[in-house]
Design a protein around this ligand. Structure first.
Ligand SMILES: [Zn+2]
Length: 279
């Protein structure tokens, strides 16, 4: 696990074990806020130990940016902390998260100590703020990667935890293409000091706008390619031929996991674009 300090009071942890998933810690004068946990208990435990022994404070809140297991599995290790998430996150964790955790436990012994914890502080609308000590955290809804996705801005430092709304390659299979485009557009021109992606490297001030533009470009190129493929004589073959490179992304992203995510994107978008024609 890598640890980086992105501001005086903000730390980011990046997993070595699962596709560069990230977690954050914001330290305030009245305790710490953990933004997402890591996929494996051993890594989340290291974060907890770092906060308690190295920073000498306790975790008051855990934020679930969305229900996916690689971000939420470690919530249970912060006993006594309140858990913040979107109302839809609570619903999805309760249904799909509970089920997939039980299944995962059958093949991954290291997950047997994990128990499901649901967010107890949820917001339904677009936005919520948390005032803790000397810090203000603003959360807002950014559906697209998943319907429950949120981002978190530490206002005083202008650090944005974008979660999976920004990752090396946009991934919308559990969410919606159109929502993703809208959520990305809403992240533009906000003068962030740095942006923490849900997976992969931290994006620095001067690179944020370019990164968002690149992700939108990928999504537009992907949609154009899928639409062209769907009118070919053999659409399935044409869909299969849509490469990640022609949509402007590299296959080495995310330690080589990017082409697989791209393939899932192609199929998900194709089925969404086919639907209206079938009506
Ligand atoms: Zn995710």
């Amino acid at each position: 696990m890598q640890r980086e300090r992105v501001a005086d009071d903000i730390y980011v942890f990046t997993s070595d074990l699962y596709v560069q998933v990230t977690a954050g810690v914001v330290v305030t004068s009245q305790g710490a806020v953990v933004i997402d946990t890591l996929a494996y208990p051993e890594e989340t435990r290291l974060i907890k130990r770092f906060v308690e022994t190295r920073l000498g404070t306790t975790v008051r809140y855990v934020v679930n940016t969305h229900f996916h297991a690689d971000h939420t599995t470690g919530t249970c290790f912060f006993e006594g902390a309140r858990v913040i998430g979107h109302a839809i996150c609570r619903e999805l964790l309760d249904k799909r998260g509970r089920q997939s955790l039980e299944q995962a436990k059958l093949t991954a012994p290291e997950l047997r100590e994990v128990s499901l914890v649901l967010p107890d502080m949820v917001f339904e609308g677009g936005m919520m703020s948390l005032h803790l000590g000397n810090k203000t955290l603003q959360f807002w809804s950014t559906p697209g990667h998943s319907p429950d996705s949120i981002v978190c801005l530490v206002k005083e430092d202008r650090t944005l935890f974008a979660a999976d709304t920004l990752m090396p390659i946009p991934y919308f299979v559990d969410g919606s293409y159109d929502d993703f485009v809208e959520s990305l557009n809403r992240l533009r021109n906000n003068n962030y000091e740095n942006v923490v992606q849900g997976h992969g490297e931290i994006i620095l001030r001067g690179e944020v706008e370019e990164k968002i533009a690149e992700d939108l470009d990928y999504l537009y190129k992907l949609r154009a390619a899928v639409d062209m493929a769907l009118v070919e004589a053999a659409p399935d073959k044409a869909l299969e031929a849509i490469s990640i490179e022609q949509c402007g992304k590299s296959r080495i992203l995310l330690n080589g996991a990017a082409p697989q995510l791209h393939r899932h994107n192609v199929l998900a978008l194709a089925s969404a674009r086919r639907e209206p024609a079938q009506l």
